[in-house]
Design a protein around this ligand. Sequence first.
Ligand code: ZN
Length: 302
Amino acid sequence: MHRLAGIEMGGTHTVVVLGEPGRIDDRVEFDTTDPAETLGRAVAVIEDWRTAKPVDSVGIASFGPVRVARGAADYGTILDTPKPGWRGAEVIAAFAPLGCPLGLDTDVNAAALAEHRFGAAQGCQNTVYLTIGTGLGGGVLVAGKPAHGLLHPEIGHMRLRRAAGDRYKGHCAFHGDCLEGLIAGPALAARFGTHPSRVDPENPMWEPVAHDLAELLANLILTLSPERIVVGGGVTGHQPHLLPMARARVPALLGGYLRDCTPEVLKAMIVPPQLGDDAGPVGALILAGEALAAIPSPSHRH
Ligand code: ZN
């Protein structure tokens, strides 16, 4: 029985858990502030757990962009984020003093792993996990493994064909009207002039939002051929009409080209998470387990 720790470090909130993949025994949560304070608190929580019994390995599910390629000189470093103080923050280095195996991936790749192993995407080859909240992130599993490469997928910053007549300029600091700039929480508040929860589901202001989300879904289906697209985060979680509205527009965008994508198939393909807010922390524990399994030492074999 291993004792693993996982950290889900989101843009606004950090969750540190103790347990095993599929079982959370303890949890500490705090706001994500500056790097020194946030990473220091996470390390302190784990050190506190270690006073009782050793922690075998640690998995870190970090907001991005973050260098996920082991062996890169800047492995585990936050890259070009608009989040103040975090550009160049050395995430993996902060946990090195713990002296145990460390795993790292994006928060959304980790959440995809968790939904794939325990939740809505079990048995799928290719899976996309989207979270639409204060930002828009997307994790991708190809053949059950997180997609890495040049960096990692940055789905939130994809561009799309805009809805006819939609003049909103967008909210992304880098691109203006990329997906995150159009349909993440701050963009909706700016578009609507009020909190999205105050806009009635029948209000036509939702139409371009549903259009934009449908463009994203259609593009993901065309590029990644996923069997499941799990859509989490506060925006669709608190406005349950939005995902069905967007899903209903996907067949028209596909233009009859993918004959497998019937409305019934799309309904089973594009779903909310089953693990809710635990997807990230559970994914971090999966990363910890993988980091431990990658260690060749016989003392870690079971
Ligand atoms: Zn962008």
